[in-house]
Every structure is written in structure tokens, then in C-alpha cells.
Write a protein that binds this ligand. Structure first.
Ligand SMILES: NC(=O)c1ccc[n+]([C@@H]2O[C@H](COP(=O)([O-])OP(=O)(O)OC[C@H]3O[C@@H](n4cnc5c(N)ncnc54)[C@H](OP(=O)(O)O)[C@@H]3O)[C@@H](O)[C@H]2O)c1
Length: 290
């Protein structure tokens, strides 16, 4: 779990609504929950294991599994908005159940749906886009700032980060800002039929990020560049499947323009500037400190 704080209370632009958040225990999902609560809405959080979900008491936690659409029917009762992820297992295996989930949502009277894009087309996202009975918004964030937490062990134990492609550029986004854009799209008019690329406010290299974390924790960090072969060996040793490794080589070695170009979606949709990596690093300094 991350320790990201939301912005100061955002004024609610709309009457209180009840929203079902799937992926609620995840990096983005927890931020969607927090941003909805901060705007005065009621949240129902879906998880496969309610006992370990760890939400505050004002969140209604419901158990369900996206691979079993029948398990979602009670969770959808009485909600006006639905936030969806597109996967249902390890390494973001795409869900096959999207059309069924959407049918249940429509039957329950859901009016607005957001989908967290998984980097490519999925049955679920296709079904959402084809549905003219709901106001849907597809969220297309670039790299999450939270990915930097993968460096925490190396930083804490040896004051170093070992990465390939250290000069790659990223317009990485604070996951709290993905949560804020999602919360607005789920509860306010004017976001139906939109596809939102969501980025942070600046383009950074790996070295820039490492320097920001070093400043936040008050101690230097060495950046060691790995060769492609060394990176692949490390990812294999960590059990990453070959297709995931191929994906990482592609996006790190040849980052598409969308991943390294700042856009103003956060400010336009939420009325607040996108949060910087320096802010993120200050919020997470403890994770990088022994
Ligand atoms: N990391 C990045 O830089 C990046 C950038 C752009 C897009 N993305 C996309 O963002 C998504 C990942 O989001 P995230 O990092 O927030 O996820 P995450 O932290 O890995 O969380 C996974 C969530 O999925 C839920 N889940 C998994 N299988 C489920 C199932 N069968 N039924 C119900 N819930 C299930 C888990 O819930 P429980 O365990 O509680 O059931 C958990 O809340 C992916 O689609 C990825 O492609 C990532």
C-alpha cells in the first residue's frame, strides 16, 4: 500500500453518489477510493478478500471476483458509477468477462463507467466503448510514479538503483492524480465518451527521479546502468514472464511519444495542477529510508 495523501478537500461539484470501485486495493484503486471519499461520495470497494482489504470504516467493502461476473451482481445494486480494471489475475491477464460485467452494470442502472486502460485493447474496454447506454471514460495514464517503489529495497540496503536505459524519458504521473481524474469522471457531467491520457507535469530521466528520491530522504543514491542483457537476466530471475520482459524492453528502450509528452488532463479535469515527482518522493521518503 502507498502512503499517498490526497489534495486538501476538493469541493464536491455534484450531489453525493454511490460508486463501485474494482481493483480497489490496488495502486490506482486506493487513490480512486480516497478521491471519491474526499469529494463526499459513498464508496463500495470490490476485493477478492475482504478480510485483508484494509479500508477505513466509511468504505463499504464487498467480496467478488471479476472472473466470476455473477459475484458482482449484488455489488452493483444501487450504484450510479463503476470503476473497472481490465485484468483478473497475475501479470494483468486480460479479463474475458467484460461484456457480462457490463450487462450486469446496465441492468443495475449504472450511469457512468471508467476503465483503467491496460496498455492495449481488451474485451472489457471494447464492450465499454461500444455501450451507448452509459457515459464511459477510458483512462490512459502513462507510467505511475509508484513504480519507483520497486527501487526501495536496493536504495535501503545499498544506496543504489540498478536500471537499464537510464536516459529514457517519462512523463510519469502521480497515482493520486489518476484517482482524482477518475473520481471526477465518475461523478460529474461532461466526461462521457472521452479517452483521457493522464501524465505528470514534467518529463524526467531515471537519473532525475533518483536525484529527487535522494533529496527527499537526505542521502545520496548511486545510479548503476545495466546492459539490456543484465536487465533481462534480473527480470527472469524475478519470475517475470517472457511477454512481460518483451513489453518492458519495448517501453523502456523505445518509449512511445505518448509516454514522454506532458498533457494537461489533470488540471483540465480536476482544476488542480498535476503533482510533481518531487512531491511524490517527499510523501514516500520513509519507504526509501532504512
Ligand atoms: N504501472 C504502470 O506504470 C502502469 C501505467 C499505465 C497503466 N497501467 C495499468 O494499470 C493496471 C494496474 O493497476 P494497479 O497498479 O493499480 O493494480 P495493482 O496495484 O496491481 O492491483 C491489482 C488489483 O486488481 C484486483 N484484482 C486482480 N484480479 C482480480 C479479480 N479476478 N477480481 C477482482 N479483483 C481483482 C486486486 O484486488 P484484490 O487482490 O483485492 O482482489 C487489486 O486491487 C494494469 O492494467 C496496467 O496495465 C500501469
Amino acid at each position: 500500500m502507498t502512503h499517498t495523501q490526497t489534495h486538501a478537500q476538493a469541493p464536491s461539484q455534484s450531489p453525493a453518489q454511490k460508486i463501485l470501485v474494482t481493483g480497489a486495493t490496488g495502486t490506482v484503486g486506493r487513490q480512486v477510493v480516497a478521491e471519491l471519499l474526499a469529494r463526499g461520495h459513498a464508496v463500495r470497494a470490490l476485493t477478492r478478500n475482504a478480510a485483508t482489504a484494509g479500508f477505513p470504516a466509511d468504505v463499504e467493502v464487498v467480496q467478488g471476483d471479476l472472473t466470476d461476473p455473477d459475484s458482482l451482481v449484488p455489488a452493483l445494486e444501487g450504484v450510479t458509477g463503476l470503476h473497472l480494471i481490465t485484468f483478473g489475475g497475475p501479470y494483468f491477464t486480460p479479463l474475458e468477462t467484460g461484456p457480462r460485467i457490463l450487462e450486469s452494470a446496465r441492468a443495475a442502472g449504472v450511469r457512468r463507467v471508467t476503465v483503467l486502460n491496460g496498455g492495449g485493447p481488451t474485451l472489457l474496454e471494447d464492450a465499454v466503448r461500444a455501450d451507448d447506454g452509459v457515459d464511459w471514460t477510458v483512462l490512459m495514464p502513462v507510467e505511475f510514479m509508484a513504480n519507483a517503489l520497486e527501487w526501495a529495497d536496493g536504495i535501503v540496503t545499498s544506496d543504489e538503483v540498478r536500471e537499464p536505459f537510464v536516459s529514457r524519458l517519462s512523463a510519469m504521473v502521480h497515482e493520486g492524480d489518476i484517482g482524482a481524474v477518475t473520481a471526477v469522471a465518475l461523478t460529474e457531467e461532461g466526461h462521457g465518451g472521452q479517452e483521457y491520457v493522464i501524465t505528470g507535469p514534467e518529463v524526467l530521466t531515471v537519473g532525475d527521479k533518483v536525484a529527487a528520491i535522494a533529496a527527499a530522504r537526505g542521502r545520496d543514491i548511486a545510479l548503476v546502468e545495466l546492459t539490456e542483457e543484465q536487465a533481462v537476466a534480473r527480470w527472469r530471475a524475478a519470475g517475470r514472464p517472457e511477454d512481460v520482459i518483451g513489453f518492458l524492453l519495448d517501453v523502456y528502450g523505445n518509449t512511445p511519444e505518448v509516454g514522454r509528452t506532458v498533457v494537461d488532463t489533470v488540471e483540465k479535469v480536476t482544476g488542480r495542477p498535476a503533482r510533481t515527482f518531487a512531491q511524490w518522493a517527499a510523501e514516500h521518503a520513509d519507504a526509501f529510508t532504512a
